[in-house]
Design a binder for this molecule. Structure first.
Ligand code: GRF
Length: 200
């Protein structure tokens, strides 16, 4: 049984897609053992509690400095003994101590076709604002391993989504979520649980 810890910061729609895939059997032989947010007000924590998951907040506001926050985040992850850590809308740069503790065991969903519109400063709506201002006709989402860089780890899955005339960043974000993120993230987790994608 694959033990999954999910890190979230916001609405948790990607977390919701994972729960739906677990409930429907798309993801087999896996369980979410903990949901961790850096944001006490994240609706993702409400989603986790509604599914009976262990849901906790580790907020940098509660620590004197970043090193203490990083250590607490590592402890919160190590404590639940996950096989896989999923960053699902997690807006924290993962510290080296966690990358080293979970090498090739952390995956992230990014709302563009990496290597476009990724890296420092590209997160959430900013990604879609960049896509629209550049005028590209096709965007999408990417699931990748997390390494010491920002959005630089090995790409595991991608799905393209058309940009449509008149799109706003919010409309495009929703389409990328519906047509790409909520499909490829559960699919990659399913492949990891079945052994088709190797971790560790
Ligand atoms: C989404 O755009 C996701 O791609 C990005 O964070 C945003 C919010 O995700 N990583 P969620 O609704 O909290 O899953």
């Amino acid at each position: 049984m694959l033990r999954i810890a999910v890190c979230v910061s916001g609405g948790g729609t990607n977390l919701g897609a994972i729960y739906d895939a677990l409930d429907s059997g798309i993801i087999k032989d896996a369980q979410i053992v903990r949901v961790i947010s850096n944001n006490q007000g994240a609706y993702a924590l409400e989603r986790a509690k509604a599914h009976g998951s262990d849901a906790i907040c580790v907020s940098p506001k509660n620590f004197e400095n970043r090193d203490l926050f990083n250590a607490a985040l590592l402890d919160a992850l190590a404590e639940c003994k996950p096989d896989l850590v999923v960053l699902a809308g997690f807006l924290v740069n993962v510290p080296e101590c966690i990358i080293n503790a979970f090498t090739n065991r952390i995956i992230n969903i990014h709302p563009s076709l990496i290597p476009s519109f990724c890296g420092k400063g590209y997160y959430g709506l900013k990604v879609h604002e960049g896509v629209l201002s550049r005028g590209v006709k096709v965007t999408g989402a990417t699931v990748h391993f997390v390494d010491a860089g920002i959005d630089t780890g090995k790409i595991l899955s991608q799905k393209a989504v058309y940009v449509e005339d008149g799109d706003t960043p919010e409309v495009l974000q929703r389409r990328v979520m519906e047509q790409a993120e909520w499909i490829i993230l559960p699919d990659v987790i399913s492949k990891i649980a079945s052994g088709d994608i190797k971790i560790g």
